[in-house]
Design a protein around this ligand. Structure first.
Ligand SMILES: NC(=O)c1ccc[n+]([C@@H]2O[C@H](COP(=O)([O-])OP(=O)(O)OC[C@H]3O[C@@H](n4cnc5c(N)ncnc54)[C@H](O)[C@@H]3O)[C@@H](O)[C@H]2O)c1
Ligand SMILES: [Zn+2]
Ligand SMILES: [Zn+2]
Length: 361
């Protein structure tokens, strides 16, 4: 048995995405079918459309989602039909070398569904990040479903599934921001502003948001930035040093993904401070730094994939902080849109008009 649903499919490089009929199989062993309520629009979806991830078209896009488990296959014990879940792309295997060393966030054998969803003609779909949630229903590995407090708004909680988790985790997990720290975040889009919110949660005393766009800086103040720097008219390194008593920040988070801003992050931190790269560079990008500065300034240079999160640990906790009013996830939801509006949402994202557009299904 299988069922037909509507989903957003990218058929070929550079072509606009379209709403198509998707065939969702019944869940097999270890799998779950989830009725999607909301799914945020992320840069990665657009990168799939543009051929920037791989060329295994057609893709079923969407991966920042919340919904309700509809059915589960044999042997599934972590979720049941009716559970409210946020989907994740880090269902750890528990058995690879990284997992055995207790570093589950580096698991290199994460689980996805074994069966494929298809188009009506049987063409297999490649789901974005193994999820594919711009669809009324999707098929995932049960480990990709993380149960969270069902009183949370799906549009807000679903954002924990990717970019917002990446930003919060870059500050809290990778950067290890602690009470009283000074933190600078370069690039205050959805991810950077989530890092701002994470730094506030962790008790940072000074949080400096840097961006080229004044709207982003206004958002950053809303999420907890104590100071903002307009990089169009100020040198971010100078400004961050000035705002930190001449020292530089304890933790600088780069949330753009570009050599210039990485270099700024490198020099805007205090001696022995930490740089966290959460922005994703393109393959052609290079940095050149005096090796003596890498040595002499000490500290650590880290990168953060998915905020070094463990979904089963972090999603329920962050959802609770949200329902208690201590983490503003609603602030990231700039607009709710329909399933046919993803292409326009990509355009708004490129213009910087939104933190997140969220598709309501
Ligand atoms: N590491 C991960 O796991 C992970 C997960 C999701 C997204 N990302 C990446 O994080 C990055 C940010 O994502 P986003 O959704 O927030 O994107 P975004 O486009 O909304 O945000 C980027 C921000 O950087 C600003 N910016 C650009 N150039 C700048 C400069 N020179 N100085 C200061 N600010 C500048 C832009 O104005 C914008 O506000 C992307 O590279 C994305 O691919 C990483
Ligand atoms: Zn593993
Ligand atoms: Zn994403």
């Amino acid at each position: 048995m299988s069922q037909q649903v509507q989903g957003v499919v990218s058929r070929a490089e550079g072509e606009p995405v379209e709403v198509s009929t998707v065939i969702v199989p019944d869940p097999g062993p270890g799998e779950a079918v989830v009725r999607i309520q909301t799914c945020g629009v992320c840069h990665t979806d657009m990168h799939y459309r543009d051929g920037g991830i791989n060329d295994e078209y057609p893709f079923l896009l969407g991966h920042e989602a919340a919904g309700v488990v509809e059915s589960v296959g044999d042997g599934v014990s972590n979720v049941r039909p009716g559970d409210f879940v946020v989907l994740n792309w880090r269902a750890v295997c528990g058995e690879c070398r990284a997992c055995r060393r207790g570093r589950l966030q580096y698991c290199f054998d994460t689980h996805n569904a074994e069966q494929r969803m298809t188009l009506e003609d049987g063409t297999e779909l490649e789901p974005a990040l193994g999820i594919g949630a711009f669809a009324e229903k999707t098929l995932v590995a049960s480990g990709q479903c993380t149960k969270v407090d069902p009183s949370a708004s799906p549009a807000a909680a679903g954002l924990l599934g990717c970019g917002i988790m990446a930003g919060i985790g870059a500050a809290v997990n990778t950067g290890g921001v602690g009470r009283g720290d000074s933190v600078a975040v370069i690039g205050c889009g959805g991810v950077g502003n989530a890092a701002v919110a994470g730094a506030r949660l962790a008790g940072a005393a000074r949080i400096i948001g840097v961006d080229l766009d004044p709207r982003k800086l206004e958002w950053a103040r809303g999420f907890g930035a104590t100071h903002t720097v307009d990089a169009r008219s100020n040198d971010p390194v100078e400004a961050i040093r000035e705002l930190t008593g001449g020292f530089g920040a304890d933790v600088v988070i780069e949330a753009v993904g570009a050599p210039k801003t990485y270099e700024q992050a490198f020099y805007a931190r205090d001696l022995a401070g930490t740089v966290v790269l959460v922005g994703v560079p393109t393959p052609d990008m290079r940095i050149e730094l005096p090796l003596l500065d890498v040595f002499g300034r000490g500290g650590s240079l880290k990168s953060s994939w998915y905020g070094d999160c463990l979904p089963s640990r972090d999603f329920p906790m962050l959802t609770d902080l949200y329902t208690q009013g201590r983490l503003d996830l609603d602030g990231f939801v700039t607009e709710e849109i329909g399933i046919g509006d993803v292409e326009e949402a990509f355009a708004r994202m490129e213009r910087g008009d939104v933190l997140r557009s969220v598709v309501r299904l």
